[in-house]
Design a binder for this molecule. Structure first.
Ligand code: GLN
Length: 238
């Protein structure tokens, strides 16, 4: 981000991938940036339109199989997200959006569908649908609290060498191998659905820090901390 300009958020394809209240992630980033005095400009990019390359943080959400396949085709053809990431932009990709970032994912009948190949992950179909609470300790290198949220997907995801899991799964399925999500460079992928940043402000601040290139003043997150403790007490095996 250039120091004299606004932080640019780009929400990709809300017309295709916004099934789970994904706009919440955009709102949380806007709020947490503005509370630090950082001006924000947000662009909603519909799937008929080109993805601008000048964003600082890109967001893509979750959705059903057909819109996911369409989104993957259009993003691959467009190429704007690839170029933005090469420029150093950050990305939060949730569920269907997460799977799209890889080389392949499972279609409606489990058939392999091409992803956009932005990162070295691949997804297929699990035995059943993973629906319910998802929680786990974030990679200690990220310095953020335990992640909590909700998942609803069929996909299982394998991470290639050099791609680190976002968290170790304590409750729920996540990637399907005891890990949840991934991160590499300034990219975060996660099965934490919808407005995951509203439950996990530490993850929001991680993206903002990457985009701004500096530490941010803390915000009083006591309510979020209480919510996390409550949820963990409710869902962790006793
Ligand atoms: N269609 C994908 C799956 O079932 C993604 C679902 C979603 O985004 N919730 O795995």
């Amino acid at each position: 981000m250039q120091s004299d300009s606004a932080l640019r958020l780009v929400w990709i394809y809300p017309d295709l991938l916004s099934t789970y209240g994904d706009q919440g992630n955009v709102l949380v980033l806007e709020q947490r940036a503005q509370r630090r005095g950082i001006p924000v400009e947000t662009v909603h990019v519909r799937s008929a339109d080109p993805v601008p390359e000048s964003g600082d943080i890109y967001l893509i959400g979750g959705g059903e199989d057909r819109p996911q396949i369409l989104a993957s085709e259009r993003l691959r053809r467009d190429g704007g997200l690839h170029r933005a990431i090469q420029r150093g932009a950050a990305l939060l990709a949730v569920c269907a959006g997460y799977q799209i970032m890889g080389t392949t994912f499972g279609g409606e009948e489990g058939q392999p569908v091409d992803g956009i190949g932005l990162i070295d992950i691949s997804s297929g179909r699990g035995q059943g649908r993973a629906v319910g609470e998802l929680a786990g300790e974030a990679d200690p290198a990220l310095g953020i609290p335990t992640l909590t949220g909700f998942e609803n997907h069929m996909g299982v995801t394998r991470l290639g060498a050099g791609i680190r899991p976002l968290a170790r799964t304590a409750v729920g399925v996540g990637n399907g191998d005891g890990t949840e999500g991934c991160y590499t460079g300034k990219i975060v992928g996660t099965y934490l659905h919808g407005p995951a940043l509203a439950r996990n402000p530490g993850l929001a601040d991680l993206l903002l820090t990457w985009a701004v290139g500096a530490q941010l003043p803390p915000i009083d997150d006591a309510w979020f901390d209480r919510l996390r403790e409550e949820r963990l007490a409710a869902v962790l095996p006793h």
